[in-house]
Design a binder for this molecule. Sequence first.
Ligand code: SF4
Ligand code: SF4
Ligand code: SF4
Length: 365
Amino acid sequence: MGFWRKQQISFFLTTNCNLTCYYCYMPKMKINPEDEFIDTDFTRAGLHDFFATNPSRTIRFFGAGEPTMAFTQMIEITKQARQMVGSALSIEVETNGYFSREIADWIENNVDILWISCDGPPEIHDAQRPTCDNQPSSEVVLKNVRRYAKCSNMQFGVRATIASENLDQQTKLIEYFHSLGVKYVAASPTYHSQLNPRIKTSSLVEFAKHFVPAFYRAIELGMFYQTLLIVNFDEEVDIYCQACKPCPRLTTDGLVSCCDWASLGPKYLPGSLQECVYGYFDKTTGRIIYDQTKIKRIQQRNVSYLGQNNCKGCKALRHCAGGCVGKMMAETNDLYKATDDWCAAVLYLFDKLPVNEGLFPYLHP
Ligand code: SF4
Ligand code: SF4
Ligand code: SF4
């Protein structure tokens, strides 16, 4: 299923987090108290607009921080959405998996699609994803991974971030998650972000080379393994993902963004990613004001435009569509331009993996 088929309204619930992953795209920074948690008047207005204009009934909790740290807001937004669309509501959560029994129970009873970030066995996970007081987080996270891997009432998967020194460990990683009962795995190498310039994007070509054997090993084990480089390999598309629709992401500082990587406004995240921000909440009227000029620029990031410009002549155009907006903009500062490394990795995978040979079993987180 082309990645754009994932249509949802996302809520970036809080900037707070209980972990300090070394590669965090949004490491700890000073956030004004009024911008730490999402405003639930804003979420009500966002839900109203989304359900009025998009047939999707899916909401998604994510964040510049850890969404379960805003559990009260998560419950409140779920209530608001149920009041509007009743039992048609579907809920996706993307979390670090470091939460209490109470939250774990609520998730099991309410969530339809769950992704937990887990980087592998404790020795890798704890080195990369310690708690704020520098303690291991794996005991809690792996307990939750095992729990949800057994749940038949939700689609559950694991997101793994792979450090540059572990790119060749992908097959072992798949086998490890298989031993936990996990069926769906989505992995990324570490990516550079404008807020964490210390982190350099790993070689995507090197990542791709080791991705291929892991992809086939996953199939042998009855699992499925994917990554952002291949999300549209199963179907021709016009746009890369829901960002270019654009589907709304509501931020804690009262803005509407189209991309997970543009998770805050210009007060905190200067630079080109602000091109992804296309609306704001007007507290006085309780309404969201949308910028139609910015929406048009975002929508122009499609295969028709790219095929005449930056992606002219590319054989993978209909299965890549310019690539991940946020991750490419963080490198090129250009809404329409991918890096050479991204293109080389996509083209490598395009030759080695099945393309248009049956739909993938799930949409990437
Ligand atoms: S859990 Fe997510 S938000 Fe928190 S430090 Fe890790 S990467 Fe950053
Ligand atoms: S980070 Fe990439 S995959 Fe995620 S919303 Fe932005 S463009 Fe789409
Ligand atoms: S591989 Fe590169 S040139 Fe081809 S569609 Fe993707 S971003 Fe464009």
